[in-house]
Design a binder for this molecule. Structure first.
Ligand SMILES: NC(=O)c1ccc[n+]([C@@H]2O[C@H](COP(=O)([O-])OP(=O)(O)OC[C@H]3O[C@@H](n4cnc5c(N)ncnc54)[C@H](OP(=O)(O)O)[C@@H]3O)[C@@H](O)[C@H]2O)c1
Length: 264
């Protein structure tokens, strides 16, 4: 399979490095960006990919075209891409660029897929959501699964759900990081160093995530830690009095309202 990657940033590298690590898959990758020749050189040296500063010349040889360029350039990019396509699968990872938009911009019958990874794609630990367009067949689906597996775990959703769940999978990591920052600030008030606070909070969150991954539900785990009338219960009461769950729900809604405003 020959993949043309348009864009050579963080997500592009995450996919390339994940594919490079899949030893059973033979893929040739051509990666392109407009300006940064050093970046192209670095990717070529590190992963053995072909590079170009003009992706238009590489569309003909490609089986799959992946756009990892910014959302704002997609309308123009699809205009340039359309006359060069001859049935290739077109994938984008750009926020807000859904399959309805892709199918409207690209030639009729083009198989398309919209993948929403998150920042952990860089460590092959993304939970990505995705939706396929109307013309995607079973062979395309195999390609799509391979690309998704290169950056972590994945879940197929409806287009509307990919839009709405991006708040949870894409933005909520920032909510978690804010929570960690607050805990670090609390920790240093008890005399530990910043480094110690970082280690304590990081390992607490990593361990908690492992417990969730082991299959326990969040409420089950919360109850395990919380003796009725005990000290953890006293802390949780402060969060509940501050309407913690409602606040998270409102943050998700605000994220989606803003994203919809931008992409519509
Ligand atoms: N980072 C994340 O965690 C994340 C999560 C979900 C989705 N995404 C989406 O993934 C896409 C890439 O994000 P990123 O974080 O990898 O961005 P990034 O690191 O800024 O990389 C963007 C790449 O696109 C290239 N580019 C810019 N304009 C272009 C154009 N007109 N044609 C072709 N290439 C162009 C840039 O290089 P030149 O300027 O040299 O061309 C650069 O290589 C974005 O659409 C973003 O919405 C990112």
């Amino acid at each position: 399979m020959h993949i043309l990657m348009i864009g050579a940033g963080r997500v592009a590298e995450a996919i390339i490095s994940g594919l490079a690590a899949q030893t059973d898959t033979k893929v040739v990758i051509t990666v392109s960006n407009n300006a940064d020749s050093e970046r192209r050189l670095k990717l070529a040296e590190k992963y053995g990919v072909n590079t170009t500063d003009n992706w238009r010349n590489a569309v003909g040889q490609a089986d799959v075209v992946i756009s990892a360029a910014p959302p704002s350039v997609h309308e123009r990019l699809f205009q340039d891409l359309s006359p060069l396509l001859s049935g290739q699968l077109v994938i984008t990872v750009a926020a807000g660029i859904d399959t309805t938009f892709m199918e409207a911009q690209l030639p009729k019958g083009t198989p398309v897929c919209w993948i929403m990874p998150n920042t952990a794609a860089q460590l092959q630990a993304s939970i990505s959501t995705y939706v396929c367009g109307k013309f995607v067949n079973s062979q395309h689906r195999e390609f799509i699964s391979m690309i998704l597996a290169a950056i972590g775990e994945y879940e197929e959703l409806s287009e509307e759900q990919v839009h709405d769940l991006t708040a949870i999978t894409g933005s909520a990591p920032a909510f978690v990081y804010l929570f960690c920052e607050a805990l670090e600030q609390a920790a240093v008030q008890y005399g530990v160093s910043n480094e110690q606070a970082r280690k304590l909070v990081t390992m607490m969150v990593a361990g908690s995530a492992k417990m969730l991954e082991a299959g326990y539900s969040p409420s089950e785990l919360r109850k395990q830690v919380t003796t009725p009338g005990g000290s953890t219960a006293a802390g949780l009461k402060v969060l509940e009095d501050g309407k913690f769950s409602e606040l998270i729900g409102a943050a998700v809604k605000a994220t989606n309202a803003h994203a919809r405003g931008r992409s519509n």
